[in-house]
Design a protein around this ligand. Structure first.
Ligand SMILES: NC(=O)c1ccc[n+]([C@@H]2O[C@H](COP(=O)([O-])OP(=O)(O)OC[C@H]3O[C@@H](n4cnc5c(N)ncnc54)[C@H](O)[C@@H]3O)[C@@H](O)[C@H]2O)c1
Ligand SMILES: [Zn+2]
Length: 361
């Protein structure tokens, strides 16, 4: 097992990474719980696979578990589902010193984390991410929230977990599409932050596809480490943290135009990264060879890269609604070569449309 620390003033916490850690849930919870009760939030898919193991570990540590299941799917990452979690908490008399545990992918983690942030002005919670995407990205850093019909993640809070438990064994049951989708965020870290890590991914494509244990540990560890460093430097996204949005302004538009059903988050991010690298090349930030490396890596990992045939004007209109739009300008993160980035609002709509059209080829 390896442990990483997210270093934040008064809110530092550990990320525990390793196989078989679900069985440790009770022990970890016991470190933080002030009360005897736990509200465990999951969905029927994940609970059916791992719920009993998690509950048993909590019961063995003397906790009483109240269960709250939300339906499976990004379309349920909405405020109504958060309020249902809150209802269960009220009904179960969850107190301020009790804990919430989120067991699931990014959807459960974001929605349940938001419930923890608002219930009685905030209770402690633990993230147990069960998808690759949630393990390398959404469970770390304290961004919690839900979608609004007008846009992605428009409601939310910063609420750091007390601990993150990453059991790498649970990835074995992930659908291939969900596993691959998580790799988009992994590529993102290499592309904006670490050229050696990017080269490692290129060299280990087959091991990654086969979910080779050692390779998985390494990519999860390095991804969490990069995310932790960025979050520790800029918890509330005053600057640096925005680099984590690479590909996301495009990606959120793709998700929205697909009604949050057609594309997985990571798939939309891969498509967004493809548009971003074209834009970077057009702005003189990347060479054609570097663009090819990024597209090749995503292609070899079976990630979609072709931008769907939505009208570029519709996409740009949605990009303006994105939270990352400031004073009417689209605020974008672009790669600078491989392993570095720029944050810019100096890009014209014409350039954005051109990059989308390139990515639609
Ligand atoms: N908060 C953040 O900082 C942050 C960062 C990145 C992404 N996100 C959010 O994360 C969400 C996407 O998360 P996701 O990709 O994990 O999707 P998801 O939570 O919908 O999970 C994908 C599917 O896998 C199933 N599943 C989960 N774990 C499983 C397992 N171990 N075995 C079998 N099936 C399993 C789920 O039930 C679901 O059907 C998006 O809403 C995105 O906005 C948030
Ligand atoms: Zn993301």
């Amino acid at each position: 097992m390896s442990i990483l620390t997210v270093d934040l003033p008064q809110r530092s916490y550990d990320i525990n990474i390793g196989p078989g850690l679900l069985g440790q849930t009770g022990k970890v919870a016991a470190k933080f719980a002030g009360g005897r009760q736990i509200i465990l939030v999951s969905n029927p898919t994940v609970y059916g696979l791992y719920g009993e193991q998690c509950r048993e570990s909590l019961v063995n540590s003397g906790f009483e578990v109240i269960l709250s299941l939300m339906p499976d799917g990004e379309e349920y990452k909405i405020i109504a589902e958060v309020l249902k979690i809150v209802d269960e908490a009220v009904k179960g008399r969850i107190e301020r010193t009790d804990l919430l545990i989120a067991l699931g992918g990014g959807v459960v983690g974001d929605a349940a984390g938001f419930a923890a942030a608002i219930y009685q002005r905030g209770i402690d919670f633990i993230q147990i991410p069960t998808t690759l995407l949630a393990q390398v990205d959404s469970s770390v850093g304290g961004k919690v929230g839900v979608n609004h019909f007008q846009g992605k993640n428009l409601l939310g809070a910063f609420h750091q977990p007390r601990s993150v438990i990453i059991d790498t064994d649970v990835l074995k049951t992930l659908e291939r599409r969900d596993y691959l989708s998580g790799l988009a965020e992994v590529i993102k870290y290499g592309l904006i932050y670490d050229d050696e890590f990017f080269a490692f991914l290129e060299a280990r494509v087959f091991a990654i596809i086969d979910q080779d244990e050692e390779t998985l540990q390494k990519i999860i560890y390095r991804s969490c480490q990069i995310k932790s460093e960025i979050v520790a430097a800029d918890e509330r996204e005053a600057g640096l943290r925005a680099v984590l949005n690479l590909g996301h302004t495009f990606g959120h538009a793709v998700e929205k135009l697909g009604d949050y059903k057609t594309y997985r988050h990571g798939e939309a991010v891969a498509i967004g990264i493809n548009a971003a690298v074209h834009l970077a090349a057009d702005s003189g930030l990347m060479t054609a060879g570097e663009v090819d490396r990024v597209r090749d890596l995503m292609g070899r990992l079976s990630l979609p890269t072709r931008f769907p045939d939505f009208d570029p004007e519709d996409i740009i209109a949605i990009m303006h609604q994105d939270k990352k739009s400031k004073n009417g300008k689209i605020y974008l993160v672009l790669p600078r070569g491989i392993g570095d980035y720029v944050i810019t609002d100096n890009i014209t709509e014409e350039q954005v449309a051109k990059a989308i059209k390139e990515a639609q080829k």
